[in-house]
Design a protein around this ligand. Structure first.
Ligand code: IPT
Length: 265
């Protein structure tokens, strides 16, 4: 009665909040959840091995993986149920992920409705399946309004990287609005904008992605694409247990939601 969670760095808010929810759900259902965290210089295989060595019965994999890597991790788990949370959508493995297309469309439609045409992007790291999916979805959504990105910046998910990315455009090479691949980078971006006297939302609009528990407490409170991380943690445990028992999982569809706060106008 032990489940494993292989996770991205828990210093990041989203994986931490997913792990917390998964832990609580597993405990409520009488399961132990052991966690193995990716660390620099250790590949996904080694992280998963740490769980297999602890004789877990089934595994949640919240590590950024392309399709080939995911299939080989699944093979490594030798018939134990696996469920992937951060994998290329076309991968032929069991997945539990929020689709990026809806969130991107919601965010772009909101900015276009506000009259913005110069829309910049702040991407997550190139090695992340979910970051690439968000980027592709933004491009698609922009093209549906006959737009191309005003600029494309990149960070590594951290607030510091969002801050650095904005410094490359400041003081005045800014879009009318910026779509950011996660709320932590948006936090750093907001700090850089504040330092240069750029007012949100008066001078620029900003939309994050995730809606972590902190995002309502930014100054100003962050408009963002919400993935319910609490729900993601709980639902992934439910689905993994259904796989373990051989039940057909009653699949709750996961849908993002645009949460309007105070960084867009
Ligand atoms: C994804 C978050 O959206 C992003 O902010 C970052 O924390 C990343 O995880 C870390 O890997 S959520 C994941 C389930 C795709």
């Amino acid at each position: 009665r032990t489940l494993g969670l292989a996770t991205s760095d828990l210093a990041l808010m989203a994986p931490a909040q997913i792990a917390s929810a998964a832990q609580q759900r597993a405990a409520a259902l009488g399961y132990h959840l052991v966690i193995a965290m990716a660390t620099p210089g250790r590949d996904a295989q080694e992280t998963v091995n740490e769980l297999l060595a602890q004789r877990v019965d089934a595994l949640l994999i919240n590590l950024p993986l392309d399709a080939t890597q995911a299939v080989s991790i699944q093979a490594q788990c030798a018939g134990k149920p696996t469920l992937f949370l951060d994998v290329e959508q076309h991968a032929s493995v069991a997945q539990c992920q929020y689709p990026s297309a809806t969130g991107a469309r919601q965010a772009v439609a909101h900015l276009v409705a506000l009259g913005h045409r110069q829309i910049g992007l702040l991407n997550g790291p190139a090695g992340s399946a979910s970051a690439r999916a968000r980027y592709e979805s933004w491009l698609q959504a922009l093209s549906e309004h006959e737009l191309a990105p005003f600029c494309v910046l990149q960070g590594d998910w951290s607030a510091a990287s969002g801050y650095q990315a904005l410094l490359t455009r400041l003081p005045d090479d800014l879009p009318q609005a910026l779509l950011v691949a996660n709320d932590q980078m948006a936090l750093g971006a907001m700090r850089a904008l504040h330092q240069h006297g750029v007012k949100l939302p008066g001078d620029m609009s900003l939309i994050g992605y995730d809606d972590t528990a902190e995002s309502a407490w930014y100054q100003p409170p962050l408009t963002t694409v919400r993935q319910d991380l609490q729900q993601l943690g709980a639902v992934s445990v439910d689905r993994l247990l259904a796989q373990l028992r051989g039940d057909t999982p009653h699949t709750v569809p996961l849908e993002t939601e645009l949460v309007l706060r105070e960084t867009t106008a």
